[in-house]
Design a protein around this ligand. Structure first.
Ligand SMILES: [Zn+2]
Length: 368
């Protein structure tokens, strides 16, 4: 992840409160967000928290003007002294609003634990490379396009093999040229993939092209290919990026399915067992939780620990008063503190069915 982003977030975290922190779910695919209902939720939350009027107005005006947020979660930090920072996440994070100390844990979690996807798109005459990061930090001159994709410059030095004037499909000279061309393209792709920290790579284009390209990829890159899909590069860019996003979502769904399968074989499940393994035994490195996980859990602010006895108004470790907190908030804090990845699973599908019905909404992959 880019250091400047990390610095920016650290400087928010170090600010004295009160700061208004908001993680607003703006994902248009979620039914609860129809008619931009998040504007109402945010307004109500700010009123409940007692955010000063003038600050409320600034926040509302900003978010209302964002008719196409180009994100799934909009993250805001705002304070009366002029602080106003916005981040766009391309992952779904449970909605939360705070007024007090800056709340950066969900942001830190997303930055540290989610991997960017790369998409190499090619046909006989073109090669394009897109990256979508959970938190985009475009470099100079880069723009964030639909669905959070950024396009990177990848230019082979040689001309495209099939667009030259000496087009001779049967000749050995052409065969050799094609091979050299794809070799160079493979190396360029490897360099940019490693530079961007992409661990999951999509190949897309006419099937014969992607197959040929995949053949010549360096081995360390072949291992990162998670999907190879037929796609028409001649389509308008908006359509192309929608297709890529659909492919990425399918690949993510498959990754989640595999995660749940692994947990089924050797993981922990259910609220009690998972919290104990995460917090007390420190052996969970990857959590799966329902996005709309309901419920509250007791919490000690002094120890920063969940207290699993819901009746314990005093902390069994330090004796101080405990309080009830939403379960998802506690999970985010614990996962960030323990360095565990946290996948929130969303919607009605076989993965959320498994997670809800078989694992009780929360499960984890363990180290030992
Ligand atoms: Zn305590």
């Amino acid at each position: 992840m880019a250091q400047d982003l990390r610095d920016a977030i650290a400087s928010v975290a170090d600010r004295p409160g009160p700061v208004f922190s908001a993680y607003v779910s703006v994902n248009a695919a979620i039914p609860e967000n129809q008619e931009r209902a998040y504007l109402v939720r945010m307004r109500d939350a700010m009123n409940d928290l007692g955010v000063p009027e003038e600050l409320q107005r600034r926040v509302r005006e900003y978010v209302e003007a964002e008719t196409h947020p180009r994100a799934r979660t909009l993250v805001l930090f705002a304070a009366e002294d002029g602080l106003f920072e916005v981040y766009r996440l391309h992952v779904d994070v449970p909605e939360s609003f705070r007024w007090g100390d800056p709340y950066v844990a969900p942001l830190t979690l997303v930055m540290d634990e989610y991997e960017p996807y790369g998409a190499a798109v090619l046909d006989a005459e073109r090669f394009r490379y897109f990256v979508v990061s959970p938190l985009a930090s475009p470099r100079e001159g880069e723009e964030v396009k639909a669905n959070g994709f950024r396009e990177l410059d990848v230019h082979p030095r040689q001309p495209y093999p099939r667009s030259g004037t000496d087009f001779e499909p049967a000749s050995r000279r052409t065969e050799a040229h094609i091979h050299r061309f794809y070799n160079e393209l493979g190396k360029l792709t490897r360099d940019v993939t490693f530079r961007e920290g992409v661990r999951r790579l999509i190949l897309a284009g006419p099937r014969e092209r992607t197959a040929e390209f995949r053949e010549t990829l360096p081995n360390e890159l072949k291992d990162r290919v998670v999907a190879e899909e037929h796609i028409d590069l001649g389509a308008p860019e908006g359509e192309l990026l929608d297709r890529l996003e659909a492919i990425r979502e399918r690949a993510e769904h498959e990754r989640e399915r595999e995660l749940l399968e692994e947990i089924r074989e050797s993981g922990v499940r259910g609220l009690d067992e998972t919290i104990a393994a995460l917090q007390e035994e420190n052996r969970v490195y990857h959590l799966a939780a329902l996005w709309d996980l309901e419920g509250e859990i007791r919490w000690c602010d002094n120890d920063r620990l969940a207290i699993r006895d819901t009746t314990a108004e005093e902390c069994p470790f330090c004796g101080q008063k405990t309080r009830m907190r939403p379960l998802t908030d506690v999970l985010v804090d614990l996962a960030a503190a323990r360095g565990a990845r946290l996948d929130f699973m969303l919607g009605e599908n076989e993965n959320t069915d498994t997670l809800r019905d078989e694992f009780g909404g929360l499960a984890g992959l363990t180290r030992f």
